[in-house]
Design a protein around this ligand. Structure first.
Ligand code: BG6
Length: 492
């Protein structure tokens, strides 16, 4: 790997995400040589810590993520970490941070390259971006890069997202802003492009003439856990649909990019999202349904989870139908669903092809069951792979058909070597590659779509709870698709 020189400044540097994902990912990049001697990390937060204690915490974070933390490699890596107590709302603190940054830049010969990583409450993103600029933390060396990485949520509706974006863009250009959507760092989500644009067999059928519908399922087994104070203000629509599902859908729906570059790919995703139909009130109400989980055995209902108000109307489940008004997809709906406390933890995409126009095997005296639809399934997690369901003749003297499957599953051994989303994404930030990040136009179209659903839901008191834990959601999610004479491919 090519070494990239950079100073990382983590805001929220003592947070759970940093210790669990970000630092171990940096370590992997170090082991692979993307980071070598020319890098340094400043962790900041309001806590008072010294370098030594911070490094002890990094050591623990490496150990907790399954690394040997006492090796020479780990020790060398950890020696690049520094801590700076920092109150993001105190302008004076930024000049202290600047001095620390400048010193490390000299010490490690970083050429002025800086990555500012905001892994903290989004209400401070605007202030931080502004003060980074006004207090001179951004490198002015013209060959150096300044990059801003931000975690979700990016606003809670279009207006707040726009406000946030306006604030960020006073300091950073769009191509310097890396909005994380960790689903875009997943192996099989990235594989959608290989599958589509690397295979004539697939891409030539990838349209409304041959595809009946596409189903995207992001199913979670756990409930809200200890994140209720965030989640209850968000709900499944904002938490999963606006970002992860919209991103997956745009990769599935987009036209072929001119080249495999971030600008070309983003342009196609934006074009796809522009043709996504934004629903009026009546259509929003019929095309989207919501749910909240009830109780079972010693599992309390959502409203009795810690830190959830007993009258909460927050949805823990969403299912909906998306329609694109363009030549490729007109008439082929995309059904999506996601929820907490469902039957299992998995992510998959099912592409359901149209049945043959004429079923020649269904002659009057035949006992044959009607031909099944061809289904191409993309297994994203926990197992990675593809499966293609075809019809074939059964192995007997008569003539009947049965669905069979061609499967490709990545074996467990290979899966172990698959880089974690965060490792890939930080790698891309180091390389200035924005392919697997959400651009502002994508984010804004996604919000405009989602806001319309939210607006309708906010007018009506939902009948919650309405689904049993460990099911696949409320009855309304079944009705949504059955109304169109279709069914979910994955069912219990
Ligand atoms: C996050 C959501 O973005 O994605 C969480 O905030 C959710 O609520 C998580 O649990 C799911 O991610 P993954 O990678 O475990 O499928």
């Amino acid at each position: 790997a090519t070494e990239r020189k950079a100073l990382f400044v983590f805001f929220g540097g003592t947070g759970d995400l940093a210790y669990r994902k970000l630092y171990p990912s940096l370590f992997n990049l170090y082991r692979k040589g993307n980071l070598r001697s020319h890098f340094a990390v400043i962790g900041t937060s309001r806590q008072t810590l010294d370098d030594e204690k911070f490094r002890a915490a990094i050591k623990k974070s490496l150990a907790d993520s399954g690394n040997r933390s006492d090796s020479k490699e780990a020790t060398d890596f950890i020696s690049h970490f520094y801590y700076q107590a920092h109150d993001v709302t105190n302008v004076a603190h930024y000049s202290v941070l600047k001095d620390a940054a400048d010193k490390l830049d000299k010490k490690y010969k970083l050429d002025g390259n800086r990555i500012f990583y905001l892994s903290m409450a989004p209400q401070f993103f605007g202030t931080i971006a502004q003060d980074l600029k006004t207090q001179g933390l951004m490198s002015t060396n013209k060959d150096a890069f300044n990059r801003l990485v931000i975690e979700k949520p990016f606003g809670r509706d279009y207006d707040s997202a726009k406000e946030l974006n306006d604030a960020l863009s006073k300091s950073f250009e769009e191509d310097q802003i890396f909005r994380i959507d960790h689903y875009l760092g997943k192996e099989m989500i990235q594989n959608i492009e290989a599958l589509r644009f690397g295979n004539t067999l697939v891409e030539s059928l990838w349209n409304n003439r041959y595809i009946d519908n596409i189903q995207v399922t992001l199913s979670e087994k756990l409930g809200v856990e200890e994140r209720a104070s965030y989640y209850d203000n968000s709900g499944a629509l904002r938490d999963m649909v606006q970002n992860h599902i919209m991103q997956i859908v745009s990769l599935l729906a987009m036209e072929q990019p001119v080249a495999f570059t971030d600008t070309d790919i983003r342009a196609e995703k934006v074009k796809a999202l522009r043709s996504l139909r934004v629903y009026n009130v009546a259509d929003a109400a019929t095309n989207f349904v919501r749910g909240q989980y009830g109780a079972v055995n010693d599992q309390p209902d959502y409203r009795h989870e810690d830190n959830v108000p007993v009258d909460s109307t927050t949805e823990t489940f969403v299912a909906g139908k998306l329609l694109f008004d363009n030549y490729r997809w007109s008439g082929t709906p995309f059904y999506v669903r996601t929820g907490k406390m469902l039957a299992d933890k998995f992510t998959r995409v099912d592409v359901v092809f149209k049945r043959p126009l004429v079923d020649i095997f269904a002659f009057p005296q035949s006992q044959n069951t009607p031909l099944a639809a061809n289904v191409l399934t993309i297994f994203v997690e926990p197992h990675a792979g593809f499966s293609l369901q075809l019809n074939a003749k059964t192995n007997d003297t008569g003539f009947s058909t049965e669905p069979i499957k061609l499967d490709y599953l990545v074996d467990a051994e290979k899966s172990k070597d698959t880089p974690e989303p965060y490792e890939r994404l930080i790698h891309d930030v180091l390389n200035g590659d924005g392919t697997n990040f959400s651009s502002w136009p994508e984010v804004s179209y996604a919000w405009k779509f989602v806001d319309q659903i939210r607006r309708v839901w906010d007018l009506q008191e939902p009948q919650f709870p309405n689904y049993t834990p460990h099911s696949m959601g409320p009855a309304a999610a079944e009705e949504l698709i059955q109304r169109d004479h279709r069914e979910w491919i994955y069912r219990l």
